[in-house]
Design a protein around this ligand. Structure first.
Ligand SMILES: [Zn+2]
Length: 171
């Protein structure tokens, strides 16, 4: 029997980002990203993880002590958006959109701007005063660089139910 409904492009790409997030070994935050080019072809996928060759079992890499650079995952972990860019098979980001499970941090935002990604679609963003300031800083950079950004729930045709189904697959 033929199905009557099909997954929209934004739902499809965000689902890939969410699925990729499940690969992350970060116990606290699993993020994923998927880059689609202007022809709706996937050109890069990533999740937050250690640089190639670094030992996933070394607890230093996942430690949560922000007072000690050597004991903080923030020193080591590569974010999903940057991994999606590094994993990209082409080097033509013109007109592409990155679908990210989290609103990009300032560092990922810089990478997104520098490679020429045109649009950011995000699932959620971190709340809190400190995050709010970073959010403003990222918006300022995106606005001036001409990168369009939008939360996926504001996109017509986005299938929240389907995405919830994917999220519920998590162990
Ligand atoms: Zn980031």
């Amino acid at each position: 029997m033929k199905k009557e409904s099909y997954l929209s492009w934004p739902s499809y790409f965000m689902s890939i980002a969410v699925l990729s997030a499940f690969r992350s070994k970060d116990a606290k935050t699993q993020n994923g990203a998927c880059i689609a080019d202007k022809n709706n072809k996937v050109i890069g996928i990533g999740y937050n993880g250690l640089p190639t060759g670094c030992d996933d079992n070394d607890p230093d890499f996942w430690a949560d002590n922000d007072d000690d650079v050597l004991q903080s995952k923030h020193t080591y972990v590569v974010h999903a958006e940057q991994n999606a860019i590094y994993n990209c098979m082409l080097n033509d980001f013109e007109g592409s959109t990155i679908y990210a499970t989290q609103f990009p941090c300032h560092s990922c935002a810089q990478a997104i701007i520098q490679v020429g990604i045109s649009k950011v679609v995000y699932l959620r963003r971190k709340e809190g005063d400190n995050h709010e300031k970073y959010f403003q800083a990222v918006c300022k950079m995106f606005d001036q660089a001409g990168v369009y950004y939008q939360q996926i729930e504001d996109i017509e045709g986005f299938d929240q139910q389907f995405l919830d189904g994917i999220v519920n697959l998590a162990p």
